[in-house]
Design a protein around this ligand. Structure first.
Ligand SMILES: [Mg+2]
Length: 118
């Protein structure tokens, strides 16, 4: 009669560790991520992607707008979901319009003046 030995248990634990590695969301490689966003733009075009941006931004707006309407136990998970979608859209926009950085610097400096000296 064969039983479970310590080697079987060790193998099983190794398999569980590998499975956890596969199932755990991994932060994308920056170069691969940029390439992915560029390929999406090439595949579906600016017009299509712009519609996606509008859709995703409006979904985030809707979640935020409804935050206090009723007791909403799923608010945080909905917010996180839509924030992730919008973050991807913003990353795609930043690739297309890298000069936004100059505007961002000016706006952060303005905010800094208002917060610390306003
Ligand atoms: Mg969404």
């Amino acid at each position: 009669m064969s039983g479970i030995n310590s080697e079987d248990i060790a193998d099983f634990i190794d398999e569980l560790r590998e499975l956890r590695q596969v199932l755990t969301p991994q932060k994308p490689d920056p170069d691969e991520y940029t390439d992915l966003l560029n390929r999406a733009l090439e595949k579906w075009g600016f017009g299509s992607q712009a519609l996606i941006w509008i859709e995703e931004l409006s979904e985030l707006i809707k979640v935020i707008a409804k935050r206090d309407r009723v007791v909403n136990p799923s608010f945080e998970s909905q917010l996180l979901e839509e924030l992730a979608d919008v973050d991807i859209c913003l990353d795609q926009m930043k690739i297309l319009f890298p000069e936004y950085q100059e505007y961002k610097i000016r706006k952060v400096n303005r905010l800094r003046r208002l917060v610390y000296h306003g």
